[in-house]
Design a protein around this ligand. Structure first.
Ligand SMILES: [Zn+2]
Length: 116
């Protein structure tokens, strides 16, 4: 089948499969960086300088070394959030603790039960 189609696509890049494969390889750096915060920059470099071999290599290295985006749970806990009603600040570390908690969720210090 493959051999058969080569007769109709003498230049293998014109074959849809190889065209898509080349396209995928070309945008591999951007694909690898799809979840990274630097995705837009890497995509632009990939798009504009990818046709130069060195630009493609730089985009690939950048995509591989870029720090992955912090997971949503980490962002949620580290972002400053308004203290919920009944919550209080830990006397040991100063972080907000849930109302009724016996131990600080951040440092583990025992909390005075009266402070709620
Ligand atoms: Zn604490």
């Amino acid at each position: 089948m493959l051999f058969f189609s080569f007769r109709f696509f003498p230049f293998f890049h014109f074959h849809p499969f190889f065209f898509l494969l080349s396209l995928f390889l070309y945008f591999l750096p951007a694909y690898l960086a799809r979840n990274k915060p630097d995705f837009t920059s890497i995509l632009l470099l990939n798009l504009l300088a990818g046709w130069t071999f060195i630009g493609w290599i730089i985009a690939l290295i950048w995509a591989l070394t870029a720090k992955p985006q912090a997971p949503a749970s980490y962002v949620a806990t580290s972002a400053p959030q308004p203290a919920a009603a009944g919550s209080f600040f830990c006397t040991a570390c100063g972080k907000t603790c849930a109302a009724g908690a016996r131990f600080c969720s951040s440092c583990g210090a025992a909390l005075p039960v009266t402070q709620r």
